[in-house]
Each structure stands twice: as structure tokens, then as C-alpha cells.
Ligand binder design. Structure first.
Ligand SMILES: Nc1ncnc2c1ncn2[C@@H]1O[C@H](COP(=O)(O)OP(=O)(O)OP(=O)(O)O)[C@@H](O)[C@H]1O
Ligand SMILES: [Mg+2]
Length: 245
């Protein structure tokens, strides 16, 4: 299993429960899409997996290791929803620092940074700081940074938010290639067609709980939906009806 989440609950300090007793297992090699409306708990779930916040209850394992362990941290790469790029260092340094953080030697770190800048078509911007990069370039750099240590589980929280059509297509093909090479991918997105085209399995989260899970095809059949948009709305509608009952 790439990811095994059991009984995860996160209640924020203010007393609000964003994720409630959630179970989620993602197989090694999967391309998994996590969908759900604003506030459903997607980023909270990811934050718990990546040790950015402390779960209130539950267990999280990454390739069999407790998510807090060194092994688990090394195996996961995260491109966050918020563009969390340092404002005072340039793109190349950002990648070098990240590589250093994961224990690469100085030489290997610079080599890896240049490789990634090249792959993401950012070589011309190596010496640019965050404020000198366009929004799409910042997204690409965020993804490059998530990949510095060649994670086996890549978590992408709305990687294509704000990306233009061309960049989105580029990011897709890049992520597809990584997946083809054996990386397990967990993706959140509000672009339903994107989820359908990329993911072999999807789950819909609502109010901190998973309300449907399966392949897009199987779910479409189960919910008698013509397309992914209709499916999504029906899943949420049926969850609402169940919750109200
Ligand atoms: N630090 C926090 N303190 C209190 N409540 C929080 C905190 N962070 C998130 N929440 C709440 O938890 C809920 C889930 O938020 P989360 O960011 O996980 O949603 P999401 O599914 O990622 O939504 P989006 O699609 O908008 O990114 C929301 O109601 C949000 O207001
Ligand atoms: Mg989010």
C-alpha cells in the first residue's frame, strides 16, 4: 500500500472537525483523484499525511511506515495548494536547499536542481525570485521542488489551479510520465475532466468523509450519470440526502 489512513479525525483548535473517522487506502502505483467541494477536508487530509498538522486521532502509514518517520517523509513529495515558495531566494537555490534538506551532497543538489529547472522549462528563470515568476512558473517550480528527492508517492493539491491551457496540458503529460515510471500519485482538483482523464480511481469527499469511491466508469454506472460532472453532483446530492435522513 502506498497510503493507508485509518480512523483519521482532525478537529481544529477552534473546535471544528474537518475530517471525521476517515479510512483511505491507496495502492502502490495508483493514480488517485480526491474530489470534493471547497472545505470538504482535502487539504486537511493531505496536511495530516505530510505532517503539516497533527491529527486528533487515527493512524497513517506510507508504504508501511508511520507517516511521521524519516522513511515515510523521504517517500512522499508534496506540491501544496498554496504557493509556499520562499520570497528571498531564487528558483535554483530553492531546489538546492530542498535537495540539501533531503541529504543530497552540494554537488548532487546543484545537479538535481539544474536537471529539474531544465525539465520544467525554468532554466532561464534559475536566478529569479518568486515575485519575478509568473503564476504558472511558480506552479511548475512547486512541482519541481516536490520531486527533488524522487518521491514514490507524489501528492498534488490542485496542481493546475490557475494554470493556462497549455501549462495544464504540460503538467498533465509530465505527471503521467512520472506515474508511468512507477510513482503513485494522489491528486486533488476541481477540474472534473482532469480527474477523469488522469485518475484510475477517484474518491469524493464531503464534510470530512468519503462519500463515494471507485473508477469513474464504475461510479458513473452506479449513479446512472452521463458524465463526470453529473456524477459528481449526484454523489454529493445522495450524500446530502443520506446525511439528512
Ligand atoms: N487552521 C484551521 N483552523 C480552523 N479551521 C480550519 C483550518 N484549516 C482548515 N479549516 C477548516 O476545515 C475545513 C476543511 O478545509 P480544507 O482546507 O481541508 O478543505 P479543502 O477540501 O481542501 O477545500 P478547497 O477545495 O477549498 O481547497 C474548512 O471548513 C476550513 O475552514
Ligand atoms: Mg484545499
Amino acid at each position: 500500500m502506498a497510503l493507508a489512513v485509518r480512523g483519521l479525525t482532525k478537529t481544529y483548535r477552534a473546535g471544528f472537525t474537518a475530517v471525521r473517522d476517515l479510512d483511505l487506502v491507496i495502492a502502490d502505483g495508483a493514480f488517485f483523484g480526491l474530489l470534493g467541494p471547497n472545505g470538504a477536508g482535502k487539504t486537511t487530509l493531505i496536511g495530516a499525511v505530510c505532517n503539516l498538522l497533527r491529527p486528533t486521532a487515527g493512524e497513517i502509514r506510507v508504504f508501511g511506515h508511520d507517516h511521521g518517520s524519516r522513511e515515510a517523509r523521504r517517500l512522499v513529495g508534496l506540491a501544496e495548494q498554496d504557493v509556499t515558495l520562499d520570497r528571498f531566494i531564487d528558483a535554483e537555490e530553492m531546489l538546492v536547499f530542498q535537495a540539501g534538506y533531503y541529504g543530497l551532497s552540494r554537488r548532487d543538489a546543484w545537479k538535481r536542481a539544474r536537471e529539474l529547472l531544465d525539465q520544467f522549462d525554468l532554466s532561464a528563470k534559475a536566478k529569479s525570485r518568486r515575485s519575478e515568476l509568473s503564476g504558472g512558473m511558480q506552479r511548475r517550480l512547486l512541482l519541481a521542488r516536490a520531486l527533488v528527492h524522487q518521491p514514490r508517492l507524489l501528492i498534488l493539491d490542485e496542481p493546475t489551479a490557475g494554470a493556462d491551457v497549455e501549462l495544464r496540458a504540460e503538467l498533465w503529460s509530465y505527471i503521467r510520465r512520472l506515474h508511468g515510471a512507477g510513482t503513485t500519485v494522489l491528486l486533488t482538483t476541481h477540474y472534473l475532466e482532469e480527474a477523469e482523464a488522469l485518475c484510475d480511481e477517484i474518491a469524493v469527499l464531503r464534510d470530512g468523509a468519503i462519500v463515494a469511491r471507485g473508477s469513474a466508469d464504475a461510479l458513473r454506472e452506479r449513479f446512472d450519470a452521463r458524465d463526470i460532472g453529473e456524477l459528481y453532483l449526484r454523489v454529493l446530492e445522495s450524500a446530502r440526502t443520506t446525511a439528512a435522513a
